[in-house]
Design a protein around this ligand. Structure first.
Ligand code: NDP
Ligand code: 8X3
Length: 257
């Protein structure tokens, strides 16, 4: 393939790098020679990642829901890490799997604040630099839950539908700016996602993965790496990936007794 992007030329910002996809994305890009800025709230995990990945990995601990913290952390990067070419806006979570009329409003607030507001603060902080330099790649972590409703997916799926549409709208705004936008939309993947969704209940968290070869964090990281290193003329708009052992069901009906 002609003129694929040299990963050694990339500085990659990853939110949610303390676990799951984010940590795997950091490892994948470092392995290829890129520089990485790994972020998340758990500073101890970030320090361990920095120790593992070495000097090409810089860490910054902040909560993506805190707009000022996001702006401060990303506005004060040292020169060697300041020109971010790729942002992987990955920090996010699902909380609960109950029906809407029983769900916790606090859980809903947290999902909206993290998956929507946090993602917006992250992207908006790096976008002006990308446009000014006339190159960059915004990669957003969506989900199959954006397109395929399931019981209990109420607000989580809705936040991911926002992510998908925001990505498509960004493409419209960025035409001519040489800034790519990709919405990565995985299905069932085995990370700490389920443990978080079920508020730390390990037995409940294990159930979705039983008897299924779920996607691994490395599988998803590989698709992200692939989309980021394609030739500059190529924009993958949406990238939907599922385990082979996952597919679609028929519409549900509640029949009269
Ligand atoms: P994990 O729970 O393993 O990782 C989530 C990451 O998000 C952690 O690093 C966590 O870091 C970070 N995070 C959560 N809240 C915040 C916050 N307020 N501020 C900063 N960082 C935060 O889950 P996954 O790796 O599976 O999920 C990553 C993304 O992929 C999410 O957006 C998720 O919705 C999406 N996704 C997951 C799928 C799956 O089946 N696993 C499928 C499709 C999409 P910390 O707690 O240290 O802050
Ligand atoms: C995570 C996948 O199916 O649990 O986005 O919503 S699912």
């Amino acid at each position: 393939m002609r003129s694929s992007i040299d990963p050694k030329s990339l500085t990659v910002l990853v939110t949610g790098a303390t676990s799951g996809f984010g940590a795997a994305v950091c490892r994948r890009f470092i392995q290829a020679g890129a520089k990485v800025i790994a972020t998340g709230r758990r500073a101890d995990r970030l320090r361990a990642l920095r120790k593992e990945l070495g000097a090409r990995c810089r860490i910054a601990a902040f909560d993506v829901r805190e707009r000022r913290h996001v702006e401060a952390a990303l506005g004060s990067l040292p020169k060697a890490f300041a020109k971010i070419n790729v942002v992987v806006a990955n920090a996010g979570l699902a909380l609960g799997l109950g029906p809407a009329h029983e769900a916790s409003l606090d859980d809903w607030d947290t999902m909206v604040a993290t998956n929507i507001n946090g993602l917006l603060y992250t992207v908006r902080a790096v976008l002006p630099g990308m446009v000014a330099r006339d190159e960059g790649h915004v990669i957003l972590l969506g989900s199959t839950a954006a397109d395929y409703p399931y019981p209990g997916g109420n607000v989580y799926g809705a936040t991911k539908a926002f992510v998908k549409q925001f990505g498509l709208n960004l493409r419209a705004d960025l035409l001519g700016a040489n800034v790519r936008v990709t919405s990565v939309e995985p299905g069932l993947a085995e990370t700490e996602f389920s443990l978080v969704r079920f508020h730390g209940d390990a037995a409940q968290a294990a159930a979705p993965y039983q008897g299924i070869d779920a996607l691994s964090a490395d599988d998803v990281a590989e698709t992200i790496y692939w989309s980021a290193t394609l030739p500059r003329r190529v924009n993958v708009n949406r990238l939907q990936v599922m385990p082979v052992m996952q597919a679609f069901g028929p519409f549900a009906f509640k029949r009269r007794a």
